[in-house]
Design a protein around this ligand. Structure first.
Ligand code: SPV
Ligand code: MG
Length: 669
């Protein structure tokens, strides 16, 4: 798009201000003139070529422009008859530079907000700036509107008219048609009328759209009074602040466009969302918070970068009190909708405004996100994530998964909570549920190779960290191989229990014969596992069965300290009592001695305890070990019985999810 700036006139109403320079060189702020600001905004909006008509003080103007170093490609066209003609003749003089071009035409005394320029440039049709809110000017341009199109432009029209300014975006065909009429008039000697006289001669409506800038600044400066008013308005506009929150770690051109548009509204403050908040509502960030801060800081349109710790904007909006908050329109529905509502409430109270731009749904951006998810699913990244989450959150939750589909449920399930969002942090690959799903008892009957198949299936479609139920770990000589295999697959932690012989599920407790391993033997297994480990992030957790097997608290604690000594990265204490007292006592006594090693619990029996209570007692990992399987089974049983009873499936349908809703979970390649 080529810009045409009309600067041939003198601006005699400016008095002494135009005694030795053209009006466009009048200062409108401490830093800028009307012209330097126009050129800066054009360059920032991506315009490269500018044609400028000159007349009065031609030399002063051209040498001033050359000194500005705008980076623009400037072409000057002198109107030799500047003193006696109107700008219609200046355009005529420049016509050969303008033909066949998409044009942005503006008067040289026009001062506008960047957003007005951006909007008119983005309009898909030829358009002219109007205002539906400003009063109709007595002696300036008005546009007559009919059926949503501009019918004519001029000073004497008041009916069905809107205030208008000489800021046009013209598609090449429309620009050429206007130029033809301009040429006709000029060649007929009509050189002192407005160029709009030629525009009005273009037949019919349906080619020029009114672009309504409302109250936004887009005004010409004709008098020193105008100058004062516009300068004051500009100072106010340039002090406006815009707040935008960024959670992304992959900056693409859609983000850059959003940042640019935000910057057009005022000084841009970008809040960078903390890792924990990002992880709470979308995927774990590939690039950590500090690096994302630095990344945003390096962008030229960003004035200030600040941390935003929570999904809620409240803290930062109350601190920075921005005039605008900018966001894509993708948060109108879904998990972020409550956050949007809160932003609207805060802005309403503070007198700010929410500006939403259409969210870029381009396929290439979706591809980038897909690639990021693949990256997040690579073994190295996934493996390290559990430790990162533990450091970040203090308390991590895991839900059982035993198939690709249940893995996807853990991966994708989110709920809105307290102006934020919540999802599970990790997946638990339970021996009980993995065995049950195959119709087998939980007695280490499903061999490791089959268990690894489950891990692999889940890894293929998810990104969250995996905690693997390693049962007893088997023979020490076998366990070292298990450790390496799990590491290779990207599993973050294996939990092995201090039992030996034929393992039975702990929930049977002492109802079945179970043998606890000796401290020495189990310690040796842990130590061997740690020696076999190749990566720094993999964790081996020792699970203590003393409370399950009713061997007492002292035994449980003695084992915990011994296993830590042997190299265990975490301790899991298990109980099958409804009353959490023994779990709490263990946690308290363990923490008195050791504050560092993470504590893991599986609250299947003591399920009344909340995550917050566990956190307060020093627990770090809460595993919901079997609830998905236990809830799915009765639903499936009910369905099977309903079909049998009714000799058809219709009655079962109300308990069934439509398949398209399930399919939505499944990522497409
Ligand atoms: C499992 O989920 O397989 C467990 C936990 O080991 S529990 O069933 O409580 O023993
Ligand atoms: Mg198990």
């Amino acid at each position: 798009m080529k810009a045409l700036i009309l600067n041939s006139g003198l601006g005699h109403r400016m008095g002494a201000l135009t005694s030795d320079q053209p009006k466009c060189m009048t200062e409108i702020s401490a830093r800028e003139t009307i012209l330097s600001r126009q050129l800066r905004l054009l360059a920032e909006a991506g315009v490269r070529d500018v044609v400028m008509t000159t007349g009065y003080f031609d030399q002063v103007l051209t040498s001033y422009c050359r000194g500005l170093e705008t980076g623009l490609n400037l072409t000057f066209v002198n109107n030799p008859r500047y003193a006696e003609t109107n700008y219609i003749y200046s355009i005529y003089c420049a016509r050969e530079h303008l033909r066949g071009q998409e044009l942005l035409l503006m008067h040289g005394d026009l001062v506008f907000e960047p957003s007005v320029l951006a909007e008119i440039m983005a309009s898909p049709e030829s358009s002219v700036k109007v205002s539906s809110t400003l009063p109709l000017p007595e002696k300036d341009f008005k546009a007559v509107i009919r059926d949503g199109w501009v019918e004519r432009i001029g000073v004497p029209f008041f009916e069905n008219a809107l205030e208008a300014q000489a800021l046009y975006h013209l598609l090449p065909a429309d620009a050429d048609r206007w130029l033809d009429r301009i040429a006709e008039l000029c060649e007929a000697g009509e050189t002192s009328c407005y160029a709009e006289e030629a525009l009005n001669r273009l037949t019919g409506i349906g080619w020029l759209r009114p672009l309504d800038a409302g109250d936004r600044l887009c005004a010409e400066i004709d008098t020193p009074e105008d100058l004062k008013a516009v300068s004051a308005r500009l100072a106010e506009i340039e002090n406006r602040t815009v707040y935008l929150c960024f959670s992304t770690d992959l900056i693409h051109s859609g983000h850059i466009a959003l940042l640019r548009r935000a910057r057009q509204l005022g000084k841009l403050i970008v809040g960078v969302l903390g890792d924990e908040a990002v992880a709470s509502y979308k995927r774990f960030p590939l690039v950590p918070f500090r690096e994302r801060m630095a990344l945003i800081q390096s962008l030229s349109m960003v004035d200030q970068v600040v941390p935003q710790r929570t999904l809620s904007y409240r803290e930062n909006l109350e601190k920075y009190r921005p005039d605008f908050v900018v966001h894509g329109d993708d948060w109108v529905t879904g998990i972020q909708a409550p956050i949007r509502r809160e932003v609207q409430e805060i802005l309403a109270a503070q007198g700010g405004k929410l500006v939403e731009f259409p969210y870029a749904r381009e396929e290439s951006y979706a591809d980038l996100e897909k690639r990021a998810r693949l990256e997040a699913a690579t073994p190295d990244f996934r493996r390290g994530r559990l430790k990162k989450l533990l450091a970040m959150k203090g308390l991590v939750t895991a839900l059982e998964a035993h198939s690709g589909l249940t893995g996807l449920l853990v991966e994708e399930t989110r709920v809105a909570e307290d102006g934020g969002a919540k999802q599970f942090d990790a997946m638990w690959i339970s021996s009980l549920c993995d065995s049950t799903s195959r119709g087998k008892p939980d007695i280490e009957l499903v061999d490791m190779t089959s268990r690894f198949r489950t891990v692999d299936e889940i890894c293929e479609v998810t990104t969250k960290p995996i905690i693997f139920d390693g049962d007893t770990g088997g023979m020490t000589e076998h366990f070292v191989y298990t450790v390496r295999s799990l590491e290779r697959m990207g599993v973050s932690m294996v939990i092995i229990e201090d039992k030996t012989g034929l393992k039975k599920n702990s929930l049977f407790g002492t109802e079945v014969v179970q043998t606890q391993d000796s401290i020495e033997h189990f310690s040796e297994k842990i130590a061997a596992g740690k020696r076999a480990q190749r990566t720094k992030d993999f964790m081996i957790c020792a699970r203590i069965e003393s409370l399950i097997l009713e061997r007492g608290m002292e035994d449980a604690l003695a084992r915990a300290f011994a296993f830590v000594q042997a190299g265990a990265d975490a301790i899991m204490i298990h109980s099958r009592k409804k009353d959490p007292a023994e779990i709490f006592e263990f946690a308290e006594r363990f923490r008195r001695v050791n504050q560092a090693v993470p504590l893991v619990v599986v609250p299947t029996s003591f399920n009344a305890v909340t995550e917050e209570e566990f956190r307060a007692r020093g627990v770090n990992v809460v595993i919901y070990a079997n609830q998905l399987t236990r809830s799915a089974f009765p639903a499936m049983k009910r369905t099977a019985e309903t079909i049998l009873r009714n000799h058809r499936a219709q009655e079962a349908d109300e308990g069934c999810m439509p398949f398209r809703d399930i399919i939505r979970l499944i990522p497409e390649e």
